[in-house]
Design a protein around this ligand. Structure first.
Ligand SMILES: Cc1cc2nc3c(=O)[nH]c(=O)nc-3n(C[C@H](O)[C@H](O)[C@H](O)COP(=O)(O)OP(=O)(O)OC[C@H]3O[C@@H](n4cnc5c(N)ncnc54)[C@H](O)[C@@H]3O)c2cc1C
Length: 384
């Protein structure tokens, strides 16, 4: 069986590693990605706030360990889901099974004024550039704002506001600064009321102003003003800034949009099997509209189910079904890390458990990264 995996992010790495481990010679796995290597989402914040360097967080694909996986570094330029065939800059590939794990692209140019008047911190390039901007910032009015939904890792803008506070406090610039956080959500992490309460308390303790249900629709770079829209009633608003740090709009990669796989912006899948409407074509992670947040831990969980279903099918059996469970760790400032274990079942409100900050939760977050790099790349790594 030939399996072609498109995208070597959280989903693609877990999927190909698992297939290689279990099926061995029974199948041929080709993993395609255009990037030089993998970078965790949270590592972008670590670089941005000066805790580590860009080179230290890049896990180069030439270090992949899965023995039976062929990695092809190439741009995917076309996908024909009916034929399970893709065109890449390294040639065409056809699979008996195709798995689309191409993630969500960010679109800073999609928000007027964002590139000219602010800094986006969701791409590697953007977050790494924001590090220098933050280091040189003399103090003033900082606005962290979200320009579209859905967006990856819903706690990340809240973490960013708290880490801006820590950085400015550490370097003696907090007294002359204000920090505002504008989000199109009613609370920082809606699936977890206790997690949201902990973040709101952390904002209040630090004098960070939270502006719920506000979408940033554009920046006016001439006046240094963020343009807002209330998500409930569309009321327009404005917020002045000296430094704007933005979460850009997200969309599927262009190659997915052109393939006919996406509907209403994302790839619809069966929420239990991750199958698309094309036989033999699965999709996992941020590229889908499966109903879980756009986070690596969910992409990985979906990938594991697809791998197990492919393995079961190869043995003539039915495979497991996706249960929508994941764990999100988030920073509360002052080196404190909390966690939310949450399950998203279709048609039901998410069920979650909040783990307040502790040394154990911080260690679990560290292990989250370390264990993945050990598993996928076979080397020891620690986030800091
Ligand atoms: C600031 C920040 C913090 C985050 N923190 C966390 C966290 O703490 N925990 C967590 O679970 N998640 C976190 N995330 C979210 C996480 O990074 C993503 O949700 C996760 O990477 C999604 O996995 P994926 O496999 O769907 O896609 P991705 O990991 O994005 O992988 C997609 C891959 O497809 C490749 N690709 C795309 N288009 C093409 C093409 N045309 N040709 C070839 N290759 C292509 C890309 O190069 C990429 O490697 C964070 C994200 C950000 C931005």
């Amino acid at each position: 069986m030939r399996v072609v995996v498109l995208g070597a992010g959280f989903g693609g790495l877990e999927l190909s590693t698992r297939l290689s481990e279990v099926l061995g010679d029974e199948l041929e796995v080709t993993l395609v990605d255009r990037a030089e290597g993998f970078v965790f989402g949270f590592s972008k914040l670590d670089v941005m706030f000066g805790r580590t360097t860009p080179d230290a967080v890049l896990h180069r694909y030439d270090g992949l360990v899965a023995p039976r996986v062929r990695f092809v570094r190439a741009e995917i330029t076309a996908i024909d889901p009916a034929a399970r065939r893709v065109e890449t800059t390294a040639g065409a590939l056809t699979g008996d099974v195709l798995v689309v794990a191409l993630g969500a692209d960010v679109d800073p140019a999609g928000t007027p004024g964002l590139l000219e008047g602010g800094w986006e911190f969701y791409s590697e390039q953007g977050a790494f550039a924001a590090r220098d901007v933050l280091a040189d910032f003399p103090g003033g009015r900082v606005v962290v704002g979200v320009c579209g939904t859905p967006f990856k890792c819903p706690p990340a803008p809240s973490e960013t506001a708290l880490l801006v506070h820590d950085l400015l406090a550490r370097t003696g610039r907090r007294a002359q600064s204000e920090i505002h956080l504008a989000m199109p959500l009613p609370v920082p992490v809606p699936p977890s009321p206790p997690g949201s309460a902990a973040l709101l308390e952390a904002f209040a303790e630090r004098g960070i102003e939270f502006h719920p249900s506000k979408l940033v629709t554009g920046l006016d770079p001439v006046r240094s003003v963020a343009l807002l829209s209330d998500v409930d009633d569309g009321t327009p608003g404005e917020m002045a800034y000296d430094l704007f740090l933005g979460v850009p709009k997200h969309h599927v990669p262009a190659v997915v949009a052109e393939s006919g796989l996406a509907e209403d912006g994302w790839i619809p899948v069966d929420s239990l099997t991750l199958e698309t409407r094309f036989p033999g074509v699965y999709a996992v992670g941020d590229v889908t509209s499966v109903g879980t947040p756009k986070a690596g831990v969910f992409a990985e969980g979906q990938a594991a189910i697809v791998a197990d279903r492919i393995i079961a099918a190869a043995r003539g059996a039915d495979g497991p079904r996706y249960g929508g469970a994941g764990v999100c760790y988030f920073e509360l400032g002052g080196d404190q890390v909390a966690g939310v274990e949450v399950t998203f079942l279709q048609g039901q409100a998410p069920i979650g458990t909040y783990n307040p900050p502790s040394a154990e939760i911080a260690a679990r977050k560290g292990d989250f990264g370390t264990s993945r790099i050990r598993r996928w790349f076979g080397r020891e790594w620690s986030a800091y």
